[in-house]
Design a protein around this ligand. Structure first.
Ligand code: LLP
Length: 385
């Protein structure tokens, strides 16, 4: 396995830790997705929650993507980075009145609605403004995403969306709401799904539902299949670009679309994860009784995924070519869970070395916290170091 090609010399004057983004890789990823999107006539809404760094958002907007937002502030961030309002979808189980009003004022493409009370509130707020608002119904298809339980969202036990069995009630309700127009169905079964076949049962459910809708005389223009395509955390060097071709092909083969129907995607992680790394400096190498600890100046505050989901991020000492040794790599935070990897093979490491925590472009910077009164690390970009 080769190391990532980091411009270590250019990193010299930069205060650590920091997020580093490989802009060439992001652009390459975007152009691959764009090409396939064009090939199949699909529509992309980047999931802003994965990374809302302004420059990253600008690049994704410039590539022609729409945005998938889950808060009023995400809607604002997307608009200020150049995403057109007409390509913004807004999901989330707890949209407040203020957030709904914001979406209505900006004339966003649609609200992905998750409950009956939310439908009623959107209708009421739209009525006050004398508008008719487009909504898609988020359906919980009860499909197992075979991923970590914290990031599975499409099972009946999850808080998201409407259950398949409640749909007749929902359609009947919508007929009574004058200021709402039902324009589509929305799904999302989970995140970090590495076997594309996992999306097959989702397609089957969608096909069944389409028949059900047709039987009720309901024609829907938009099918939003959500996001969830996983990335290779084990080997980001070998697989810097996720298997987009197989992924889009699967939907093309399995979805039975009606005439003029549009298919929408909400990919987050697969777009941005591999282009980002958290770069940190080794503060100390500490010899314990039975093991050696590499203590970094980055911690769980800067990349919480290992502590929160037991997630693995590849760690590389980008300053050393010394023979491999075994270490636990930990952060400085006063929590035992502030640990990145255990008994891990790393080139011989000393104080001052730079270490890269790979695949940190998604759910890294955006999930950073100030616990222990720490500063949120700055971001640097390969095209402007
Ligand atoms: N659409 C909806 C409705 C979602 O809930 C999500 C992610 C996405 C799209 C984007 O999914 P992606 O393509 O990124 O898998 N913080 C966790 C991931 C949480 C994902 C939540 N929903 C992590 O670090 O793994």
């Amino acid at each position: 396995m080769t190391k990532g090609t980091f411009p270590v010399e250019s990193f010299k004057g930069i205060e650590t830790p920091f997020y580093y983004y490989d802009i060439d890789l992001l652009k390459k990823t975007l152009s691959i997705v764009k090409e396939l999107t064009h090939k199949y006539g699909y529509h992309q809404h980047y999931a802003v929650k994965a990374n809302a760094n302004h420059k990253i958002l600008q690049l994704i907007a410039a590539a022609g993507f729409g945005a998938d937002c889950v808060s009023g502030n995400e809607v604002k961030a997307a608009i200020s980075a150049g995403f057109p309002c007409s390509k913004i979808v807004f999901a989330g189980v707890g949209k407040t009145d203020k957030e709904i009003n914001l979406g209505i004022d900006y004339n966003i493409f649609c609200f992905n609605v998750e409950s009956l009370p939310e439908l009623e509130v959107i209708n009421e707020l739209a009525e006050k403004k004398g508008k008719k608002v487009s909504v898609a119904i988020r359906i919980n298809p009860n499909v197992d995403a075979h991923t970590h339980e914290y990031i599975t969202t499409g099972l009946n036990e999850n808080k998201f969306g409407f259950s398949m069995s409640s749909l007749d009630k929902v359609f009947d309700k919508i007929k009574t709401l004058q200021n709402i127009e039902l324009i589509g169905l929305h799904f999302h079964i989970g995140s970090q799904i590495t076997e594309v076949e996992t999306f097959e049962p989702l397609c089957e459910r969608i096909n069944e539902l389409q028949n059900q809708c047709e039987a009720k005389g309901i024609q829907l223009k938009n099918i939003n299949v959500g996001g969830g395509l996983g990335i290779d955390y084990d080997d980001p060097n070998a697989n810097p670009v996720p298997p987009f071709e197989a992924y889009f092909e699967l939907f093309h083969k399995n979805l039975e679309l009606r005439k003029d129907q549009m298919v929408h995607f909400e990919l987050g992680r697969s777009i941005v994860a591999q282009c980002g790394a958290l770069i940190s400096r080794v503060t100390y190498v500490k010899e314990g009784d039975s093991k050696k600890f590499v203590i970094l100046d980055a911690g769980m505050t800067d990349l919480i995924r290992p502590a929160l989901y037991q997630a693995y991020h590849k760690v590389e000492n980008i300053s050393s070519d010394l023979p491999i040794e075994k270490y636990d790599v930990v952060g400085p935070i006063c929590e035992s869970s502030d640990s990145f990897v255990k008994d891990y093979e790393l080139n011989g490491t000393k104080r001052g070395d730079l270490v890269a925590l790979r695949s940190a472009g998604a759910y890294g910077e955006i999930m950073a916290s100030q616990y222990n009164c720490r500063e949120i690390p700055k971001a640097y970009f390969s095209d402007k170091l």
